[in-house]
Design a protein around this ligand. Structure first.
Ligand SMILES: Cc1ncc(COP(=O)(O)O)c(C=O)c1O
Length: 336
């Protein structure tokens, strides 16, 4: 079975397991786990921030960042499909106590006129005070152009708002753009990154920012029950992934492009690739039928809505697996 549902399904490589087995550890709640500290320092340096904090998941990284950035009755602006709004059980409202305000935009980032409209009457005593804009890069695999990030960031900062970047797949964006990760993170006040997606680590994410923000974030992580003890065992997997698996993301992107081209040649299907994700458009209402047929032929993927199927390339999928997937998908589609 080829599992192409997500880049989160990967298992640690033998080298990663070895690094984990040999990890130097200590009590991280006391700030004494050398492997966690090393991971946090290297992550912060790569992202061009003063400090970083290792947390259990991307969800926790986002919510820790949001808790630090906003208070009761403040507004958080994000795309209606952003993870912070759609996939974190409403935590932005009940943990960060913020009023989520969702915009729609095909590209995944807010156009200037929307920002300007939403900022009208920003000081009006009747309304929640806009405090934070969230961006996601990549967004559904799409790279948000850095010029657009800069535009949104400078608007936010000019209006006394902060920018949080959900960079669960920031590593993919950096590789696709051919720039250092710090350039993608540059305008954000807080940035979250995941080690357990394209990089292939078993556990963990980080939030990075200035040192003062990370001190506050450390308290919020503890508040959420996220203080971990000998976390160096898992941090070692993340550190190995960070050092060894960033460059190879280009292979996932290349395979995604090839897969999309071949799927587009199948009658009834259209596909486009964005970094490591392939989005397949099926005839109206038939996405689940196609996804079921692909699974019956040994390719697992996710029907996202009635017409769209998501296929994700990752660490465990080689060139020959990609060819195998094409053969299986082609056979399956002929039987739908
Ligand atoms: C954009 C984005 N942000 C955050 C997360 C949350 O990561 P985790 O599953 O580690 O909580 C995900 C997970 O898929 C994601 O896609």
């Amino acid at each position: 079975m080829l599992d192409l549902r997500s880049d989160t399904v990967t298992r640690p490589t033998p080298q990663m397991r070895q690094a984990m087995a040999e990890a130097e550890v200590g009590d991280d709640v006391f700030g004494e786990d050398p492997t966690v500290l090393r991971l946090e320092q290297e992550t912060a340096a790569l992202l061009g921030k003063e400090a970083a904090l290792y947390v259990a998941s991307g969800h926790m990284a986002n919510q820790v960042a949001l808790n630090v950035a906003v208070g009761s009755g403040e507004e958080v602006w994000a795309h209606q499909g952003a993870h912070v709004l759609t996939d974190e059980q409403g935590a932005t409202a009940f943990l960060a106590r913020a009023l989520p305000r969702a915009y729609d935009a095909d590209e995944g980032y807010p156009p200037q006129d929307l920002l300007e409209r939403w900022a009208e009457g920003i000081d009006d005593v009747h309304r929640a005070r806009p405090a934070l804009v969230c961006l996601e890069n990549t967004f559904s695999g799409r790279v948000i152009p850095l010029a657009e990030q800069r535009r949104v960031a400078s608007f936010a900062h000019a209006h006394g708002m902060r920018l949080h970047l959900d960079g669960a797949r920031l590593w993919n964006a950096a590789v696709e753009l051919g720039v250092p990760p710090a350039e993608v993170a540059a305008e954000s006040d807080t940035v979250s990154v995941c080690f357990s997606k394209g990089l292939g680590a078993p556990v963990g994410s980080a939030v990075a920012a200035d040192a003062e923000t990370i001190n506050r974030a450390r308290r919020v992580r503890k508040l959420l029950g996220g203080g971990m003890r000998q976390a160096g065992i898992i941090a070692a997997g993340a550190l190995h992934a960070l050092r060894e698996h960033r460059d190879r993301l280009a292979d996932d992107h290349r395979r995604a492009t090839h897969l999309a081209e071949r799927i587009s040649g199948i009658p009834g299907l259209e596909a486009s690739a964005h970094t490591n994700m392939v989005w397949v458009t099926a005839p109206e209402g038939r996405a689940a039928d196609y996804a079921d047929a692909f699974a019956a032929h040994g390719v697992r993927c996710i029907p996202f809505d009635r017409e769209t199927i998501r296929i994700v390339l990752h660490l465990e999928i080689t060139d020959s697996d990609t060819e195998d997937a094409i053969t299986r998908i082609t056979k399956a589609a002929a039987q739908v």
